[in-house]
Ligand binder design. Structure first.
Ligand code: ADP
Ligand code: MG
Length: 398
C-alpha cells in the first residue's frame, strides 16, 4: 500500500499540479490507484483525480491508460458516447515516488453499489434496459470506432451519472469545496482566501433558494447509500477503468477479465477479441436484473475454479460444441477427446429462461424477452456473438 513505489497518501486540502487541483475526499481505489474527488480551481468544477502507485510498472500502465483515454476523448468531442472523459494528466512527486495522475470527469456510484443497495434483488427491467443501452453505446464506440477491447468489464467499472452530481451541478448539490488543508481534523477550521469565501457564500445562497434535496459532504458520490432509492438518479452510465484495455491488434495478456465475467475462450486459451467484452456485458445485465452473479465458480473438491466455471456455463447454456472445446491451448487440461469435462461428470442443465422463471420469479414473457436478448451474447463461439451495434438494435432494448 502506502510505501515506496505504492499509493500516494493524500489528505483533504492537498494541492496538485502546481496548486490547481485541491483534494476533497477519497472516493475509490483499485489495485493500482487511489481515486479522489478534487476541485479544479482553474475551471471551478469538481473532477476525479486518479493517483497511480509510483512503481515503474504502474506508471507504465497509467501512461497506457492515458493513451487510450486520449483516443476516447478525441473521437467523442461532445462527450456523449458513454465512456469516461479524460480532462488532463500530470505527474506528482510525493514521499513514495513519482505518481502519474489522471484527471477525469467526476461520476457517481458504480453498478456494484447499485446492485448492493438494492439488496441484491435486482433493479427492475426498465432500469436494466436503460443501463444496457448506455453500456452498449460505449462498447460500440470502443469496438467499432476505436478498435479498443476493454477486457475488464464488470459492475465496478461502470459508473452512473447522477442528476445531483457536483461535477455537473455544484450549486444544486449543495456541495462547497474544501479549498485549503483543514486545520487539525476539523473541516470547520478551514482558512480560505477572500475570493474563495465569496465563491462559497454565493453557492450557499443559491442552494438556499433552490429547495431541492441537498447532499452533504459525505453523500457526494454515495447518493445511493443515503437515499436507498433511485429517485433523482439518472440511469445513464459510463464505462471506466482502462488500466487493462488494449488495442485489438496489440494484445499482450493471455489471461484477461475478472473471474466471474471471463469468457470461455479466455479460459481455454483460444484467443479473444471484442466479443469477450460482449460476454462480460451479458453477465452484468443478468446481475443487474437478478442481483446474483450469472456464474459464481469456486474451487471444489477435485476440480479447479476454471473447470467449475466451464461446468456452470454448460449447465446454463448447454454443452460446449466439441470443436470449440478442443480449440484452445489449454483444452486438454479440461476436456477429454469426446469434448466432455474430465473431472466434472454430472451436469445439471438449467437453461437461462427457466432459471429466470423458476429461481427469480420472472413472468414467462419477461423471462423470454430477457433471455432472447442475453442468449446470443453468451454463444460459446465468440464469432457468432452479436456486435455491440447489433445488440443496440435488438427489440428488447427498443
Ligand atoms: P483501478 O485501475 O485502480 O481499478 P479505477 O479507475 O477502476 O482504478 O478506479 C477505482 C474506483 O474509483 C472505481 O471503482 C470507482 O469507484 C472510483 N472512480 C474511478 N473513477 C471515478 C470517477 N471518474 N468518478 C467517480 N468515481 C470514480
Ligand atoms: Mg477498477
Amino acid at each position: 500500500g502506502y510505501r515506496k513505489g505504492g499509493y500516494h497518501a493524500a489528505r483533504p486540502g492537498d494541492r496538485f499540479a502546481g496548486g490547481r487541483f485541491v483534494a476533497q475526499r477519497k472516493i475509490g481505489w483499485g489495485n493500482f490507484s487511489t481515486v479522489w474527488l478534487a476541485y479544479d480551481t482553474l475551471h471551478s468544477r469538481f473532477v476525479a483525480l486518479k493517483i497511480q502507485k509510483s512503481a515503474r510498472d504502474y506508471a507504465h500502465a497509467a501512461l497506457h491508460e492515458i493513451e487510450l483515454l486520449s483516443a476516447v476523448a478525441k473521437g467523442d468531442p461532445t462527450n456523449s458516447k458513454c465512456v469516461l472523459r479524460l480532462l488532463d494528466h500530470f505527474k506528482h512527486a510525493g514521499p513514495n515516488g513519482q505518481h502519474v495522475c489522471l484527471v477525469t470527469e467526476f461520476l457517481g456510484d458504480s453498478l456494484l453499489r447499485l446492485i448492493r443497495y438494492n439488496r441484491n434483488k435486482g433493479i427492475g427491467l426498465s432500469r436494466v434496459k436503460e443501463i444496457c443501452r448506455s453500456v452498449m453505446v460505449g462498447l460500440d464506440y470502443l469496438h467499432s470506432e476505436l478498435g479498443i477491447i476493454h477486457t475488464d468489464l464488470k459492475p465496478e467499472n461502470v459508473l452512473l451519472e447522477s442528476t445531483i452530481n457536483p461535477a455537473k451541478d455544484p450549486v444544486r448539490s449543495g456541495f462547497t469545496p474544501i479549498l485549503d488543508r483543514p486545520v487539525g481534523n476539523q473541516y470547520g477550521g478551514t482558512v480560505i482566501s477572500f475570493s474563495e469565501k465569496m465563491l462559497k457564500m454565493r453557492a450557499r445562497r443559491a442552494v438556499a433558494k433552490i429547495s431541492q434535496r441537498r447532499v452533504s459532504l459525505g453523500g457526494v458520490g454515495a447518493e445511493l447509500e443515503k437515499e436507498r432509492c433511485l429517485d433523482g438518479i439518472s440511469l445513464k452510465c459510463k464505462i471506466v477503468d482502462f488500466g487493462n484495455a488494449c488495442w485489438a491488434d496489440q494484445q499482450h495478456a493471455g489471461e484477461i477479465q475478472t473471474r466471474q465475467y471471463r469468457a470461455p475462450e479466455v479460459i481455454i486459451g483460444s484467443g479473444y477479441s471484442y466479443s469477450a467484452d460482449i460476454w462480460s456485458f451479458a453477465c452484468i445485465a443478468f446481475e443487474l436484473a437478478t442481483g446474483d452473479l450469472l456464474f459464481a465458480p469456486m474451487n471444489r473438491q477435485g476440480c479447479s475454479e476454471d473447470e467449475d466455471h466451464l461446468a456452470l456455463m454448460m449447465e446454463t447454456l448447454g454443452k460446449m460444441p466439441r470443436k470449440i472445446a478442443s480449440s484452445g491451448t489449454r483444452s486438454k487440461d479440461y476436456f477429454d477427446r469426446y469434448g466432455d469435462l474430465k473431472r466434472v461428470r454430472r451436469l445439471k442443465f438449467w437453461p437461462l429462461d427457466r432459471v429466470l422463471v423458476e429461481r427469480y420469479s420472472f413472468s414467462e414473457p419477461d423471462a423470454k424477452g430477457f433471455a432472447d436478448f442475453l442468449r446470443p451474447m453468451l454463444d460459446f463461439a465468440p464469432e457468432d456473438r452479436p456486435s455491440a451495434a447489433q445488440c443496440l438494435k435488438h427489440s428488447w432494448l427498443n
